[in-house]
Structures are given as C-alpha cells and as structure tokens.
Design a protein around this ligand. Structure first.
Ligand code: PLP
Length: 395
C-alpha cells in the first residue's frame, strides 16, 4: 500500500543534509560551548555559525537571536519575558482568538497573575482586522501577539499592517512602548519572513517545522526590547536563557535555514500547485464540504476542510488504514473532544467543526500522492456518511 504523509504542519522529517551536518557534534565535536579549551571553542563557533544562519533567514542581527528548545518556549519567553519586565508600565496584553496553545495557555497563565487579556476576533477566513486592534489598544497595553499564519487553517495574517497600527499608536503617544510579537512557527522557512519588513519586535520559530531537528527553536528579540530572562542559571545566550546549548540541534536548525533560503521559493511554488489541485479535487468530488481559511492568503502547503455529517477522527482512522497520515485540527488539540477553538472562532458550528480535516504538504509530496488522496477520500466519506445519523437528517 502507498504511504502518504500529509501532516507536515505537525512536523517534518529531518533533511538528510541537516542530519549529516549534525552528526559530528554528537561525537567528535562534543565540547561545551562555554568551555575555554579547543573542544569547547569548536562547539562555540558552530553555535555562532548557526545563529548567523538563522539571523540571515529572518533579516535579523545575530545578537538578536536567542536559541530556545522550540516554538513553545520561544512563545512563552516572548510573552512572559516582556510582560514581567514591563508590568510597571501596564498590564494589558492583546492577542487573537486563533493563536496556538503555546500562546493561549501562556496568556491564561499571565491572566492569573494580574494581566488583563483582550482576544481579538477573526473574520470567517481567520483574518484579524487591524482596525479592531486599534480600538483595543489602551494606555495600559504593553504587548500584542498575533501569529503570522495559523497552524490549522493556514490563513496568513496582515502582520506588517498590524505593526503599522501599533507604530501609529506609539507615535500618537497612546500606550508607552507596545511590543509586538508574532508566532512565525508555521511560516519561517516556508514563505519569506523578514523581521524589519514585518515590523515586529519579537518573532518565534521552531526547527522541526522546516526539516530541522525537534526540540530546537529561536526567538528574535529586537535590540532594546525590555525582557526578563527565561531560564535562570548559567550565562548562556547573554544571560537571557541559561542551560548548555543543544549544539547538534542548533547546527541542524542553522543548516535547515540555509537550505530554506535557497530552495524555499521554488518549493512554495510547487506546493501551492499541489495544494490547489487537492482543494479543487476535494470540493469537486465530495458534496457538503467547506474550505477553512483564506482562499488566497494561505500557507502554500495547507489544505483545511470541514466535511459535513462526518467525524474528523473517523476520517483520520480510515485514511490511516489506507496509508494516509493527516490531522483533524492541530496535533496538539486532537485527542480532545472539544472542537478546535480556531474553527469555532471562524464561525463554524460544533457539528461542522467536528468534521474538519487538515492535510499539509511538504517536500516529499508528489502529484501521485495527491491523486491517491483524491481517489481514496471520497469513498471513505461516502461510507462514513452512510453510517451517520446526522447525514440522514441533513439529506
Ligand atoms: N506555534 C505554532 C503556530 C505551532 O504550529 C506550533 C507547533 O505545532 C508551536 C507554536 C509549538 O512549537 P514546538 O512544537 O516547537 O514547541
């Protein structure tokens, strides 16, 4: 049977070149980057070279890159780091209703410690309206965090426009200094991400979402940003994040950034064509399906649909039996019976949200894979609908 992995938004396989370049750092070049001997210094130069590669991909200065253990830590560090360093200036944080749990759970944590949170709504496509943000800003606002692209529905947010609104408010003297963070975990190394063009102060990325290893990420912190450090201990990462660096992991993420810088444009072009073929094919072959997310402003690799009168979990199990790996909503929310907060925020009913299916494409996805999904999915849906009491009512 064919094996088709369509869950690249959950994680990606490590690129063979990444793996190859990481290997020596587990054995031959194993020194601690903080040691002054030559073993340590070889590891130190590898870490700094990786920092340079990440910075280059994001259009940042290397000293503005802080390494973390992944996207979650980068998000938590951004929010807690800014919130606790600036609470004397204000306690108001603005975010959106469709953020990843790495943001929503973190702002809930901050809410319990005296911060006041505003959740901006999104429209039917998942877009935040910069005008809503303008209205929500008060003179107590210290931080805004809006994701660059949503991991479930693939919508790309107008980050540069949002940054302009924030800058405008600063210029009007409303609010003291409002920091702007974006979660770029789903965009970095997939579409161009440039911190100055976006106008952000903080930006999170995660290595395993772009063919790097798992358990490494980075936070861009614009020079001059007031933050408290996240992990307390040694002086690593200029006292901002203690703990001995994950040298092989960081080397791997650096190489993955380097590969992306060269190949991202062609790959995004290729994936967009496959994505559009898959969306068109699903909508043509299966009745009562809605496309989730924005039709045009979406990630090149994201297909998210809600298939009425069926359960997402049942679709996943049946696809898995046919060798197709997909997701219903995000990997982090599946397993819970509550429909995804993202699908509810774009206005789907509980029933429709339960029938959601996310197929995310990547470097190994071929045209034959898409054909196989288009042959396999419709009969699965037909079979499930025949068994569904909901479908009989809907007919
Ligand atoms: N933010 C977004 C948008 C994500 O999609 C994910 C992972 O699914 C994360 C943050 C968390 O990243 P990590 O798995 O590296 O902690």
């Amino acid at each position: 049977m064919r094996s088709v992995y369509l869950d690249y938004a959950a994680t990606t396989p490590t690129h063979p070149r990444v793996l190859e370049e990481m290997a020596p750092y587990f054995s031959d070049i194993f020194g601690n980057p903080s040691s002054i001997h030559s073993f340590g210094q070889k590891a130190r130069s590898a870490v700094e070279a990786a920092r340079g590669k990440v910075a280059l991909l994001l259009g940042a200065n290397p000293e503005e890159i802080v390494f973390t253990s992944g996207g979650t830590e980068a998000d938590n560090f951004a929010l807690e780091g800014v919130a606790f360093a600036n609470e004397n200036k204000g306690n108001h944080i603005i975010t959106s209703k469709i953020e990843h749990h790495a943001i929503t759970e973190c702002v809930e944590f901050l809410a319990k410690r005296g911060f006041s949170i505003t959740y901006l709504p999104v429209d039917q496509f998942g877009l935040v309206d910069p005008e809503d943000l303008k209205k929500a800003i008060t003179d107590k606002t210290i931080l805004v965090s809006i994701m660059q692209a949503n991991n479930e529905i693939g919508t790309i947010e107008p980050i540069a426009e949002i940054a302009k609104v924030i800058r405008g408010m600063r210029d009007e003297g409303r609010g003291t200094k409002i920091y702007f963070h974006t979660d770029a975990v789903q965009t970095a190394a997939h579409i161009p991400v440039n911190v100055s063009e976006l106008g952000v102060d903080l930006l999170s990325i995660s290595g395993h979402k772009f063919y790097g290893p798992k358990g490494v990420g980075a936070l861009y912190v614009k020079k001059g940003t007031r933050m408290v450090s996240f992990l307390h201990g040694g002086a690593q990462e200029k006292n901002r994040r203690a703990s001995t660096e994950n040298v092989p992991g960081l080397v791997g993420m650096g190489v993955a950034c380097e590969i992306a810088a060269k190949e991202m444009a062609a790959e995004a072009f290729r994936e967009t064509a496959l994505r559009d073929k898959l969306i068109k094919g699903i909508l043509e072959r299966i009745p009562d399906v809605v496309l989730n997310g924005h039709p045009a402003n979406r990630l090149p690799n994201n297909v998210s649909v809600s298939i009425k009168y069926v359960e997402g979990e049942s679709i996943l199990l049946n696809l898995d039996l046919m060798g197709i790996a997909a997701s219903s909503g995000s990997a982090c929310t599946s397993g819970s019976l509550e429909p995804s907060h993202v699908l509810l925020a774009i206005g789907l009913s509980h029933d429709v949200a339960h029938g959601s299916l996310r197929l995310t494409l990547g470097r190994q996805t071929t045209d034959e894979d898409i054909n196989y999904v288009l042959e396999t999915l419709p009969p699965i849906i037909e079979k499930l609908r025949k068994m569904s009491p909901l479908y009989k009512k809907g007919e």
